[in-house]
Design a protein around this ligand. Structure first.
Ligand code: ATP
Ligand code: MG
Length: 435
């Protein structure tokens, strides 16, 4: 027998029943994002390598060692996207979505690829929901963006388990001063730096603050704080943002060491962090990137956004056993003979379209009624629908409860639809009360 081929390390299959949970979370994300005025945008999985080198930064981990880069048959260097913001900006510029159109809000989702060491919460293919806003420079929209992310986490039921960390990187101008102070401090403690940090000392010292090496934690904690180097405008922006967060009662923790793993951020940066997932604690991360559009050839355009890692959300939910179930009613349809089956095809179609939340399996593959009932029972269905000679004559369908002690009844398809709708509405009420 040939050997069974396995998936690539760090790239996971997502199987039922986990896929139900994914769909549930994705429904919430879409709904909340749409309610804030975001529209969906889709872009390819691979881009020219230069796009990421130019935006994420040459001295970042992502560009240095995590990208899936390859030459296509034409000899062009392509990269499987490691993140979405650069792709989103590229697509917006290519299709003239940004300039002269006022504020734009986009969301997107899909797989992302980074060659990292696979472990719990960290994979080589992972999934993100991203949100980006273009055209607004003030702290009001920073607050709204953070509110949106808070709203999503609340809807998913994770609010009690996450905290918001907040920082500002200031304007590029104020960062020059800070960079000098930081380098001076790091040089003083050069003997404590690891290989990566020594390399970054010249290329990109702020990156050192993002190091995951626990041996550097103490050094990083006592590094000079960017707060002391901000220019007036950056300070006002940051204070106003905090004022708005206060009004919306969003709790946060200032973390002056928060710099994010990508180079394009300016001013506001934030992360939603949990204690539930060990070292991979960030479930949502984002901030402002006012220079990026210009860097990619567009007119100067203030912009900001966040990305949510779906795998980490799902891990958290499963760990907390905090699964909010969408009510569904599970039905198994059995038929006696080919004429009945043909009618049942139509009735099933009618019911599925009429009643949302219905999972209706129409028995295929023939067999005796007795055998079909066995399958219905095994499938876990709550009701069986039966169409036989008698029902065909009377234009009814028999409804047989499989789990409850209530009598069987014969109903017209319209009555059935109403019955199922009421049943599902009742389930919804029950889950609302218990959650
Ligand atoms: P981390 O510091 O955990 O490596 P990051 O700063 O590299 O994260 P971003 O590029 O900001 O992450 O991506 C946003 C979110 O995407 C992260 O907060 C996380 O939830 C998720 N994410 C990033 N990399 C991975 C990965 N390799 N596997 C699973 N999820 C990931
Ligand atoms: Mg990372």
């Amino acid at each position: 027998m040939p050997e069974i081929i396995q998936a690539i390390r760090g790239m996971n299959d997502i199987l039922p029943p986990a896929t139900h949970l994914w769909q549930h979370i994705e429904r919430i994300l879409r709904k909340v994002l749409q309610s804030y005025g975001y529209q969906e945008i889709r872009f390819p999985i691979a881009e020219k390598t230069e796009l990421f080198k130019r935006t994420i930064g040459e001295a970042t981990d992502i560009v240095n060692k995590e990208m899936y880069t390859f030459l296509d048959r034409n000899g062009d260097s392509l990269t499987l996207r490691p993140e979405g913001t650069a792709c989103c900006v590229r697509a917006c510029l290519e299709h003239s979505l940004l300039h002269g159109r006022g504020t734009q809000r986009y969301w997107y989702t899909g797989p992302y690829f980074r060659y990292e060491r696979p472990q719990k919460g960290r994979y080589r293919q992972f999934h993100q929901y991203g949100a980006e806003i273009f055209g607004l420079a003030g702290p009001d929209i920073d607050a709204e963006l953070i509110l949106t992310s808070a709203h999503i986490l609340e809807k998913i039921g994770l609010s009690p388990y996450v905290t918001l960390q907040l920082n500002t990187l200031g304007s590029p101008r104020s960062r020059i001063e800070y960079r000098k102070a930081l380098v001076a401090y790091l040089i003083k403690h050069k003997n404590q730096l690891d290989e990566d940090s020594l390399r970054r000392l010249d290329t990109n010292p702020l990156r050192i603050l993002d190091s995951k090496n626990p041996e550097l934690a103490h050094l990083i904690k006592h590094a000079p704080s960017i707060m002391n180097y901000l220019d007036h405008e950056s300070v006002t922006h940051f204070e106003k943002l905090q004022e708005y967060l206060g009004v919306m009662d969003i709790k946060y923790k200032l973390n002056p060491q928060l710099v994010r793993g990508l180079d394009y951020y300016t001013n506001t940066v934030f992360e939603w962090v949990t204690q539930e997932l060990g070292a991979q604690g960030t479930v949502c991360a984002g901030g402002r990137y006012d220079g990026l559009v210009e860097q990619l050839g567009g007119k100067p355009t203030p912009a900001l956004g966040f990305a949510i890692g779906l795998e980490r959300l799902i891990l958290m939910i499963r760990q907390l056993n905090n699964i909010v179930k969408e009510p569904t009613l599970h039905i198994y349809f059995v038929t006696d003979g080919d004429t009945a089956f043909k009618s049942a095809l139509k009735i099933s179609d009618y019911l599925r379209k009429k009643v949302s939340g219905l999972k209706l399996l129409l028995h295929c593959g023939g067999g005796s009624l007795k055998n079909q009932f066995k399958k219905a029972d095994k499938s876990g269905a709550q009701f069986a629908l039966i169409l036989g000679e008698h029902e065909l004559k009377t234009h009814t369908i028999a409804l047989k409860p499989l789990r409850e002690e209530i009598p069987q009844q014969s109903l017209h398809q319209e009555e059935l639809a109403e019955y199922f709708k009421l049943k599902i509405a009742g389930e919804k009420k029950k889950t609302a009360i218990s959650s």
